[in-house]
Design a protein around this ligand. Structure first.
Ligand SMILES: C[S@@+](CC[C@H](N)C(=O)[O-])C[C@H]1O[C@@H](n2cnc3c(N)ncnc32)[C@H](O)[C@@H]1O
Length: 293
């Protein structure tokens, strides 16, 4: 198991995990987050996701009434979120059961457990939310995989894991919290030559202009900083990553948001997402890239 070196629970001996007021605000957001849109969906089968869904929903879930309708919608949204993570795993390339994987910004661990189940690999998850790390490690014990899936209170910009220690690194809706150049420099250090980086993210469409009002509302809601689309490819190229797949998932995620807007766990951010996607100012992208360094 790849383990981070020279770390106390608060970070490296000389550098704390949280380095800026922005990172402290992000950590505080996730430490305090108890949103039913995440917890009630995770309760469906014990896989807790903090990302969105893809694919068409079954309209029959809207036909029931009362609590049966609520439960059916929640189960359907969870199915779409799990489908999103399955698609991300489909882009990990060739993975052997002995290859260590890194989930950068691991939330409550849903995608990490799915990766371990699919590939049989050891997985390290890192998050700057200590309460998420605690939650996810408790899940790992409950699922009987604590020897293979471990979560660490670490900053993905400076993990402390050894050079070339991982075969695959993924980010599932986490890149909007960090500088992409710093992030991909760290991932280049951590990946073996020919290793794979896979990402799903929202990004704004800088081909047609700047950050739209709806995108700014999303930033404000989640305390994040959504990047322009071009920034991903600039930062990847600058750090020796060569994209092999880029998939625009925007049309695939709209049904999820339409269902979420009708759900009992809507938070109010559904309209800005739907507006941004429909007006073309925001994209939902999958990027897979090989490390050529
Ligand atoms: C939207 S959640 C996504 C969680 C998970 N990837 C998923 O799909 O369920 C964003 C995650 O990024 C983490 N995060 C944000 N900035 C980070 C940083 N600099 N280092 C490590 N994790 C970070 C947060 O703590 C949170 O777990």
């Amino acid at each position: 198991m790849a383990t981070p070196r020279n770390r106390s629970s608060a970070g490296t001996m000389d550098r704390p995990v949280l380095r800026s007021a922005f990172q402290r605000a992000v950590a505080e957001y996730w430490d305090n987050e108890r949103d039913p849109v995440n917890l009630r969906l995770g309760d469906v089968d014990g896989l807790y996701h903090h990302h969105y869904g893809i694919g068409d929903y079954d309209p029959a879930v809207l036909g029931a009434s009362g609590s049966k309708r609520d439960q059916a919608i929640i189960a359907e949204m969870h199915r779409l979120e799990t489908a999103q993570a399955e698609l991300l795993l489909d882009h990990f390339g060739r993975v052997g059961s002995g290859d260590p994987l890194l989930d950068a910004g691991s939330g409550r661990g849903g995608t990490s457990f799915m990766a371990n189940e699919r590939f049989g690999c050891e997985v390290n998850g890192v998050s700057i939310s200590s309460s998420q790390v605690e939650f996810a490690n408790a899940q790992a014990r409950e699922r009987g995989v604590a020897d293979k899936v471990r979560f660490h209170f670490l900053n993905m910009l400076d993990t402390g894991f050894a050079d070339s220690s991982h075969q695959v690194i993924w980010t599932n809706e986490t890149t909007m919290y960090v500088d992409l150049h710093d992030l991909y420099a760290e991932f280049g250090r951590l990946l073996r030559g020919g290793g794979r980086y896979a990402c799903i993210t929202g990004c704004y469409n800088d081909v047609i202009g700047g950050r739209s009002k709806s995108v700014s509302q999303i930033d404000q809601h989640y305390t994040c900083n959504i990047h322009p689309r071009s920034e991903y490819f600039r930062a990847l190229a600058a750090n020796d990553f060569v994209p092999i797949n880029v998939i625009d998932l925007t049309a695939d995620t709209i049904p999820y948001w339409e269902l979420r807007a009708k759900s009992p766990v809507a938070t109010g951010i559904e309209e800005p997402f739907l507006n941004a996607y429909r007006e073309g100012s925001f994209h939902y992208l999958l990027i897979a890239a090989d490390y050529a360094g």
